[in-house]
Design a protein around this ligand. Structure first.
Ligand code: HQG
Length: 167
């Protein structure tokens, strides 16, 4: 649902939603432990996942963030909290100071609500990650679009370096 829905013959709408029955069919076709998966089980997995990567609404399911699909999903811009955080590899800082935060292979830049979550994200790339503080509300006031991902993740198109502070 984030990267290659066509591999499972899933059709996503312009906001990234898929029909939950189609997703169940695709998972059952994988066989093995998925072969008898039912809707209640899928719902329980999603509701109790440590990282809230997906959301269900009625008969539809979508990934809440993280997409690398070609073609941009429609999202509704929203007012972000005053400050957001981004954890990254120290080796990326020089380029980030020059170009700001850019989405790289995903559709959006991913930002965290708390410094703690940002540090965890950064640890995927560097055992001692750099922590950036993002002056999100100022960027938003200056016309940069932000979008709510889930309770801990916010998305942005790109964040110029002038809204970032290290340390
Ligand atoms: C970096 C995971 C050089 C950026 C996580 C990051 C998150 C630059 C990397 C979610 C740059 C992209 C997203 C620039 C940005 N020069 N490097 N100008 N601008 N970067 O994985 O934020 O487990 O696409 O700092 O927990 O690390 O998938 O983004 O290091 O929430 O659910 O380019 O993915 O969630 O890496 O992580 P990513 P991210 P899931």
């Amino acid at each position: 649902m984030r990267h290659e829905p066509w591999r499972y013959e899933l059709e996503l709408d312009e906001e990234g939603w898929a029909d939950i029955d189609q997703v169940l069919l695709a998972l059952r076709e994988e066989g093995g432990r998925w072969k008898d998966l039912d809707r209640a089980q899928l719902g329980a997995v999603i509701a109790t996942a440590t990282k809230q990567r997906h959301e269900i609404a009625g008969n539809r399911i979508r990934a809440s963030y993280g997409h690398s699909l070609p073609g941009r999903l429609d999202r509704t811009p929203a007012e972000p909290p005053a400050v957001l955080f981004h954890g990254t590899a120290c080796r990326a800082l020089e380029d980030i100071r020059r170009r700001g935060l850019v989405p790289m292979s995903r559709q959006f830049v991913h930002l965290s609500r708390t410094a703690e979550v940002a540090r965890e994200v950064g640890c995927r790339r560097d055992p001692r990650p750099a922590l950036l503080r993002v002056d999100a509300l100022a960027a938003h006031s200056d016309g940069i679009a932000f979008y709510a991902g889930n309770a801990v993740v916010w998305l942005a198109d790109a964040v110029p370096a002038r809204y970032l502070t290290t340390g």
